[in-house]
Write a protein that binds this ligand. Structure first.
Ligand code: HEC
Ligand code: HEC
Length: 389
């Protein structure tokens, strides 16, 4: 196994755990890292994702994981797969404000992009206990609040369905050679996690400009937008920093694993910073009052194709997202969620608000659009393998 020597982003942590990461390794080139029989093709500036010791990556597991990711037999009623809510053409989201489970239950939160998810140190919108893709995959499969794939109580039936597939009779033993029980829930989860780790996107116009020495890749408006994004005026980069434009990033060679959650003042129901009961952030896991409204900053790579935005899809466009930040919090005039987020005592210190002209706003939106990686959205390696001839 060869080892990639990547320049690891300088990193400091502020009082609310906000990471300040920059990976402006402008001279870096794309790299190929060989690990077992798998070749990582990593964009310039990208370190190698961490791979757990008990689930090494292999070509056979990645291929099997991709099959399973798209397999509707993974749902209780045969109607849903992971891909039903994670569509590669939408950077593995679904276009809905709230995800809809296989039995019609409405999820309190929005589907998340799986772009570069192999680098995430905390998974889902607000949970500091879900650290690995292996563990996370069990949630949509067997979770009941809400039902996503609806497999609870169906472990044996699922395994029988998988054993009936001739392709799997070959693929599981190839992926897990020498194991007495090749087709098992553990192996399903391990294969899916392998596939997910390969979902790497770093070929946007922004990347071509910064890493690819292509000075024409960004126009003047996008460059102005980039300067705004990385400015102390807007503060965007404090939470959406790092090569992933996300926080909670870890990778091979990470010394300190970041876990940061932020209250971005979307709600303030009671003047004390309360969020709607359906989804209150990290407090729902920790029980700590100070964790009210704290969520993880999602990746902004390909964000132009992942609307609507925020954990509950409550903001429709990128322009409106910027209005929300510029105001220092969202004001909802009437209805059950009425309240002025800007006055929330729990909001992040980075949510002070800022002045921005319409032209600057357009530049910032344009910059966010430059993070779309078109080739990635149509990469055949991530497409549904079942329909293929
Ligand atoms: C019903 C729609 C739905 C299905 C089916 C579904 N997901 Fe998700 N996924 C979501 C939602 C919603 C979230 C955010 C969950 C939360 O915050 O509680 C999410 C979050 C995730 C995350 C966390 C991403 C991050 O950046 O933190 C991963 C990984 C993931 N899903 C993988 C999968 C896998 C693997 C499957 C299939 C086994 C799957 N999902 C099936 C809707 C779905
Ligand atoms: C204090 C940390 C912080 C700062 C500063 C910040 N963000 Fe965010 N951002 C977050 C968090 C946390 C979320 C998710 C919030 C939620 O859903 O409740 C988010 C969500 C978003 C989303 C929605 C993404 C999606 O997939 O739904 C966009 C777009 C975004 N931020 C852009 C920006 C821009 C542009 C700036 C600068 C003007 C900025 N952010 C500043 C933390 C931050």
């Amino acid at each position: 196994m060869s080892v990639l020597v990547a320049s690891i982003a300088a990193c400091s942590t502020s009082s609310d755990g906000t990471s300040e990461q920059t990976a402006v390794d402008a001279g870096a080139e794309a790299s190929v890292v060989v690990e077992g029989d798998y070749e990582w093709h990593l964009p310039a500036g990208f370190p190698k994702p961490k791979v757990p010791a008990d689930n090494p990556i292999s070509v056979a597991k990645v291929e099997l994981g991709r099959r399973l990711f798209y397999d509707k037999r993974l749902s209780g009623n045969g109607t849903y797969s992971c891909a039903s809510c994670h569509d590669p053409k939408r950077a593995f989201t679904d276009g809905l404000a709230n995800a809809l489970g296989s039995t019609g239950q409405v999820h309190p939160r929005s589907s998340m992009s799986l772009v570069n998810v192999g680098y995430a140190s905390a998974l889902t919108w607000a949970n500091d206990l879900l650290g690995t893709l292996e563990k996370q995959a069990l949630v949509p499969m067997f979770g009941e609040t809400p039902v996503e794939l609806g497999l609870v109580g169906q472990e044996q039936a699922l395994l029988e369905r998988l054993r009936d597939e001739p392709l799997y009779a070959e693929m599981f033993p190839k992926a897990f050679p020498g194991e007495a029980e090749a087709i098992s829930i553990d192996h399903v989860v391990k294969s899916i996690a392998n596939f997910e780790r390969t979902i790497v996107s770093g070929g946007s116009a922004y990347d071509r400009y910064v890493y690819g020495h292509d000075s024409g890749a960004l126009d003047e408006s996008a460059k102005r937008g980039r300067d705004l994004f990385f400015s102390e005026r807007t503060e965007c980069f404090h939470c959406h920093g790092s090569f992933g434009f996300a926080d909670n990033v870890s990778h091979e060679g990470t010394v300190i694993t970041e876990m940061a959650f932020h209250n971005t003042a979307l709600y303030n129901l009671d003047g004390q910073g309360a969020y709607p009961a359906a989804s209150r952030g990290l407090i729902d896991i920790s029980g700590e009052p100070r964790d009210m409204g704290r969520f993880k900053a999602p990746t902004l790579r390909n964000v132009a194709v992942t609307a609507p935005y925020m954990h509950d899809g409550s903001i429709a466009t990128l322009g409106e997202v910027i209005d929300h930040y510029a105001r220092g919090g969202r004001k909802i005039e009437s209805g059950a969620n009425a309240g002025d987020g800007a006055k929330s005592p729990l909001k992040s210190e980075f949510m002070q608000g800022f002045l921005i002209s319409d032209a600057e706003k357009a530049d910032l939106v344009h910059f966010l659009e430059s993070l779309t990686d078109e080739a990635f959205l149509h990469d055949p390696r991530f497409a549904d393998p079942w329909g293929a001839p």
